[in-house]
Design a protein. Structure first.
Ligand code: ZN
Length: 238
């Protein structure tokens, strides 16, 4: 069940860059996922949160830190706008993955192959730099009894994407949530993304794509199913 991570570069490989190696080796969170991560909304009522005014004050502090004058005209409303943007980018903390997948359509009507949704676009924020990474998720599962509306897998992806993430963890969370809630014969998740913390800072390599995957059940046990999934994901668009 280990996530496979592979970084492809459109530029010439630059393996001497210590920074690039460090990025690739950042430790994953524990492989054992806590079901509360994907079965419930992440915001807990018993954990106090700062007020909106306190959050805006923190943005003002950052503006001063970079050398700005937070009171100048162009910046007066910036703290408010930044906090509003955060509300949108991080709304996944308030959403419950299980709720989305629990609205299932029951009947498989004899269908016994996997269902693949590919090219689900997403934008997430990396937990190391709070900078965006964005790309596509490809998700397949082989239903036993429970089939889910096709848009629900896109919704599920968005819920996890709208939290601070590592790409590896997000890949594992999507697979675990589908496994846990739909109880399919197997799940395959492949995510490809560009990380702005790597393209606009650090090694500053544009176009480097990071791939992560997770296979469970029949996809994990059967390499032929894995490669069928991968070739369908890779097939040219019509
Ligand atoms: Zn980062």
């Amino acid at each position: 069940m280990d996530a496979l991570i592979k970084t492809l570069r459109s530029n010439k490989p630059d393996s001497k860059t210590a920074d690039a190696k460090a990025e690739a080796k950042l430790p994953e969170r524990s492989a054992e996922l806590d079901p509360s991560e994907f079965m419930a909304a992440a915001v807990r009522a018993d954990r106090p949160r700062p007020s909106r005014a306190e959050a805006e004050a923190a943005v003002t502090t950052l503006l001063s830190y970079i050398g700005e004058e937070p009171t100048r005209e162009g910046l007066v409303d910036t703290p408010r706008r930044v906090v509003e943007a955060y509300d949108e980018l991080y709304q996944g903390y308030h959403q419950c993955p299980a709720e989305v997948l629990n609205r299932t359509f029951g009947e498989t009507a004899g269908y016994d192959d996997f269902v693949l949704i590919r090219d689900i676009e997403f934008t997430s924020q990396c937990e190391h730099h709070m900078m965006p990474f964005y790309g596509k998720a490809h998700i397949a599962y082989t239903p036993v009894e429970r089939v889910v509306g096709l848009s629900k897998l896109a919704r599920l992806t968005d819920i996890f994407a709208r939290r601070l993430q590592t790409q590896e963890h997000m890949t594992a969370q999507i697979a675990a949530a589908i496994d846990e809630i739909l109880k399919p014969r197997g799940v395959a998740v492949l995510i490809e993304a560009e990380h702005t913390c790597m393209s606009v800072r650090g090694v500053a390599k544009h176009g480097a794509i990071t791939f992560t995957s997770r296979f469970t059940g029949m996809f994990r046990d059967n390499p032929a199913e894995q490669s069928r999934f991968l070739s369908m994901v890779r097939a040219p668009q019509r």
